[in-house]
Ligand binder design. Structure first.
Ligand code: NAD
Ligand code: DAU
Length: 331
């Protein structure tokens, strides 16, 4: 199989490329990535010399890039602006990449007769599951942030292309991923790296918001199964079934690193902050997938990785990230 992965220099995309090349040594993978602040080719060091892997620095919004995908069977679109807080500060890039970029890739898929187009979406499109029940793939869209609204818009485009042009799209909506190589603006890597550096952990609101934490390798296995066995024209939820309050995770990180709880600093809440994400995923379970990594085990692996790879995140935290952080907290 010949697969185009977009956004493959980011967190999940880079894990997925390494997973694919290991599990399917005869597959060819083309990674197209704009290399925004979140794209990092260091994530792909171990495969950069693999003859079945190729990288091109391309923006998915580029209307002239259709020749790039010539000869490829599948497009898997990970490329996105992905951080909710940035979407609140500066939404425009989210609309451009997440909506117009998806539109461009769908147009290319339609014109080039791509066999399968996979859209990496998110559980955030359902909005907050305050009522206690999990959302299914049939639940209505109810996004809260410019990020989740842009991802929901992209999903609607994928479904409309399936209905109108028979473009063979599939949508995957997973819960919060965590693991090695996640950019340290996201909750878990931010809290781990701040704790290592004895810096405050900025906990939003009352710290009782709930997310369902999926170890990134479990998500790669889910995407793999959907790539090979999924039905086109439909949505697959991917849940970890390991819901945890943010404050619980903050305490676990501090406990693991032997740091004091006094590092937790309650800060003003994120505007429009969804209280809880919760989805059911019976549909992918019917394909034979189950989450495998227990949260406490995945968290331990993740903390160890950040402890052993300080160069990776210190470089990030000393540059552009620091600027963003200063703006976020008006430092
Ligand atoms: P990330 O921010 O770590 O990586 C995004 C990648 O996309 C980067 O390499 C970046 O350079 C690239 N990119 C951005 N704009 C681009 C453009 N215009 N053209 C080409 N490349 C571009 O994101 P992530 O956390 O790895 O998320 C990947 C996908 O998974 C996103 O679509 C996100 O919405 C979705 N998702 C993420 C999570 C999560 O918890 N991280 C959960 C569910 C779904
Ligand atoms: O649910 C899937 C989504 O998960 C993905 O679609 C997004 O791309 C991804 O960024 C993530 O969104 P969240 O907003 O849930 O993740 P984040 O890591 O930003 O925050 C997780 C929780 O932690 C959330 O309740 C907000 C809180 N938080 C976050 C940060 C960055 C804090 O309390 N303090 C912080 O500094």
């Amino acid at each position: 199989m010949k697969i185009v992965v977009t956004g493959g220099a980011g967190f999940i995309g880079s894990h997925f490329i390494k997973y694919l090349l290991k599990e399917y040594p005869d597959y060819k993978v083309l990674n197209i990535d704009k290399l925004t602040y979140a794209g990092n080719l260091e994530n792909l060091k171990e495969v950069e010399k693999n003859p079945n892997y190729k990288f091109l620095k391309v923006d998915i919004c580029n209307r002239d890039m259709e020749d790039v995908v010539d000869g490829y069977d599948v497009i898997i679109n990970f490329a996105a602006e992905s951080h909710v807080d940035r979407s609140i500060q500066e939404p425009e890039a989210f609309l451009k990449t997440d909506i117009m970029g998806t539109f461009n890739l769908l147009e290319i898929s339609r014109k080039k007769g791509i066999h399968r187009y996979i859209q990496i979406s998110t559980d955030e499109v359902y909005g907050s599951a305050d009522e206690g029940y999990p959302f299914s793939e049939e639940s209505p869209l109810n996004p809260s942030s410019p990020y989740s609204a842009s991802k929901a818009s992209a999903d609607l485009l994928v479904l409309s292309y399936y209905k109108t042009y028979k473009t063979p799209g599939i949508i995957i909506r997973s819960t919060n991923n965590y693991g090695p190589n996640q950019y340290p603006e996201k909750f878990i890597p931010l809290f781990i790296t701040n704790a290592i550096e004895d810096k405050p952990l900025p906990l939003y609101g009352d710290g009782k918001n709930i997310r369902d934490w999926l170890f990134v390798r479990d998500n790669c296995r889910a995407i793999d199964i959907i790539l090979h066995k999924g039905k086109t024209g439909i949505i697959y939820n991917v849940a970890a079934e390991q819901e945890r309050e943010n404050i619980f995770i903050a305490r676990k990180i501090l406990e693991y690193l032997g740091k004091p709880e006094s590092l937790i600093k309650f800060v003003p809440d994120r505007p429009g902050h969804d209280r809880r994400y919760s989805i059911s995923c019976e549909r992918i379970k019917e394909l034979g997938w189950e989450p495998e990594v227990p949260f406490e085990e995945g968290l331990r692996i993740t903390i160890e990785w950040y402890k052993n790879n300080e160069m990776w995140w210190k470089k990030i935290k000393s540059g552009e990230f620091l600027e963003y952080y200063r703006r976020q907290y008006k430092l």
